[in-house]
Design a binder for this molecule. Structure first.
Ligand SMILES: *Cc1c(COP(=O)(O)O)cnc(C)c1O
Length: 396
């Protein structure tokens, strides 16, 4: 039996074959530890890591010294949020984030609340974007960190980061707070990111959402104006300037850099192509009654379509689509739980409507023919579920 069409690019993406090729020599031939300074094996690995670090930093207009490699965006978010809280608690114990953030931001914040920090979780408007005036009103003299994601992993909306950066800069005190952190796991390689122009102090990245390997990511931390202080969360051999101990995972780091480069080379054309496919899918689903788009219609990731289908059972909808398309109703990390998506709830959806939602994540290897097949399958599933509901209503 053939597998369903993969349309879950927000959960993860396949590794691009060119990325695999770049990684392979670093498993076997160039296997050295980049921290081994006494021999050529170490030097080779160190040179590869250095080059990768430069290329990844350049992709967000940062310097190589500002990058700390981590196991992914979850770890980068933890390091940013807990690391700042621990380093700045003498200046303040208040943090601001948004209700629609990834759990890798929300959970460290809840952890800090248990330790005595105070967190404001900003609501979003019905289109998924935050209100800048509400953010400004929430910032207090003791606010040390504002954390707002670049692109949402469920509804794809792009928060007004540059404006948020300007706001944090304007309200910044002599002590350099509040700092601005952004989880850019979904945005890297898909939208232009520039930490200087956008005024971002900390940024979390990951490779596996952009056709790189799983298990590698990075945290950017600004080194000047202001210089961000971070308390390390992993202690040991003092790697990454003491910010994150642990032997560097050379093949993954090489793959991460290659994936970033490939994504940047094709970014504009690929964004247009994905937007076209998204529009193609939406134009077929939109005519169905009571199907609505979640999130801002244009300020969103090019490959993201998230729709709610009123009047059908969410479980049945996913089951019906299971053999046709690999999609989800919410984030992959919470799809094991039965709770409705906190992101859709923040948009004001009822539990039923949140359950009856589909997240399509269109990616690099999807084709128009695939989108057509998925659209057909989705329409047939929705219509048959609605018919069944009508019939059972009729029988009763
Ligand atoms: C996938 C994702 C994460 C988690 O990244 P990992 O590298 O898998 O730890 C965090 N934030 C967002 C927005 C994501 O999409």
């Amino acid at each position: 039996m053939s597998r369903p069409i993969y349309l879950d690019a927000h959960a993860t993406t396949p590794v691009d074959p060119q990325v695999v090729q770049a990684m392979l020599p670093f498993f076997t031939e160039h296997f050295g530890n980049p921290a081994s300074i006494t021999h050529a094996y170490g030097w080779e690995a160190e040179a590869a890591v250095k080059s990768a670090r430069q290329r990844i930093a350049a992709a967000i207009n940062a310097t190589p010294e500002e990058m700390v490699f981590t196991s992914g965006a979850t770890e980068a978010n933890n390091l940013a949020i807990k690391g700042v809280a621990e380093a700045y608690f003498a200046q303040g114990r208040h943090l601001i984030t948004v209700q629609t953030e990834h759990s890798a931001v929300l959970d460290p914040c809840r952890y800090l609340e248990a330790l005595g920090f105070e967190v404001t979780y900003l609501p979003v408007r019905p289109d998924g974007l935050i209100d800048l005036a509400e953010l400004e009103a929430a910032i207090r003299p003791d606010t040390i960190l504002v954390s707002v994601m670049a692109a949402n992993n469920e509804i794809g909306v792009l928060q007004p980061l540059a404006e948020i950066g300007q706001l944090c800069c304007r309200l910044r005190q002599g002590s350099g707070i509040p700092l601005l952190h952004s989880d850019a796991a979904q945005a890297l390689g898909k939208l232009p990111l520039d930490v200087q122009a956008m005024g971002i102090d900390l940024m979390s990245l990951t490779a596996h959402k952009l056709y790189g390997p799983k298990g590698i990511g990075a945290l950017y931390g600004r080194r000047r104006q202001p210089r961000v202080r971070l308390a390390p969360q992993l202690h040991g051999g003092g790697h990454e300037r003491g910010m994150r101990s642990g032997t560097l995972y050379t093949p993954q780091i090489v793959g991460f850099a290659k994936a970033v480069e490939l994504a940047l080379e094709t970014m504009t054309a690929e964004a247009e192509r994905l937007q076209g496919l998204r529009q193609h899918l939406w134009s077929q689903l939109q005519p169905l009654p009571a199907v609505r788009l979640n999130g801002h219609p244009t300020r969103r990731l090019p490959g993201n379509l998230n729709v709610s289908v009123a009047g059908v059972d969410g479980q049945a909808l996913l089951l019906g689509l299971r053999t046709i398309a690999a999609v989800s109703s919410g984030a992959a990390c919470s799809s094991t739980s039965t709770a409705p998506s906190h992101v859709l709830k923040a948009l004001g959806h009822s539990d039923e409507l949140a359950y009856a939602s589909l997240r399509f994540g269109i990616g690099r290897f999807n084709t128009t023919a695939e989108i057509d097949r998925v659209a057909k399958g989705a329409i047939a599933t929705i219509q048959s579920l609605r018919q069944a509901t009508d019939l059972s209503g009729y029988v009763r």
